[in-house]
Design a protein around this ligand. Structure first.
Ligand code: GDP
Ligand code: MG
Length: 153
């Protein structure tokens, strides 16, 4: 191609979501996965894990020092969580659109956070915010043997 470095408009991407403790406690696992599957995203990996407070602090290192850091990392390590690798065209932005804004008060109607989240901390789902964070976050929870490699395409 003449311009091999130009990014195609539709990028097949992977992203990491986490079904957070508040959603697990309220039996919303199926509801949340259904929304992503219905939107055309494919599940490449999934498990239920309990992370330590230290793991949660490492996962959310970019937020260290912020006012909500303690609350956030305490929540994430409070019960098991479900990290999931999703794939699809423009999956990172697509997933964030389906999730809605961080605070459910600001989230658009029909988004997961608008419809299901409890508050600005207990907002039911996490989703990677960039290709770099998606790569880091997927590797945080999964090794290559745990990822359904040939699902895409
Ligand atoms: P996200 O990418 O939309 O999840 O938002 P951020 O990366 O900015 O923040 C990570 C998580 O920290 C959010 O999903 C919330 O659980 C929590 N959080 C972020 N901002 C706030 C805030 O202003 N107040 C509170 N209480 N929690 C927050
Ligand atoms: Mg974020």
């Amino acid at each position: 191609a003449a311009f091999p470095l130009l990014k195609p408009i539709n990028m097949l991407e992977r992203t990491l979501i986490i079904i957070k403790p508040d959603a697990i406690k309220r039996e919303l696992i199926g509801e949340i996965l259904l929304r992503f599957e219905n939107a055309g995203l494919h599940v490449l990996a999934m498990k239920m894990v309990q992370v330590s407070k230290r793991d949660a602090e490492k996962f959310y290192a970019e937020h260290a020092g912020k006012s909500f850091f303690e609350k956030l990392t305490t929540l994430l390590s409070s019960t098991p969580i479900i990290p999931v690798v999703l794939s699809g065209e423009n999956a990172i932005a697509h997933v964030r659109k389906i999730m809605g804004a961080t605070n459910p008060v600001d989230a658009e109607e029909g988004t997961i956070r608008h419809d299901l989240a409890l508050d600005g901390t207990q907002n039911s789902v996490h989703g990677s915010d960039s290709p770099d964070s998606a790569a880091r976050e997927i590797a945080f929870f999964f090794n290559t043997l745990e990822i359904f490699e040939n699902r895409e395409g």
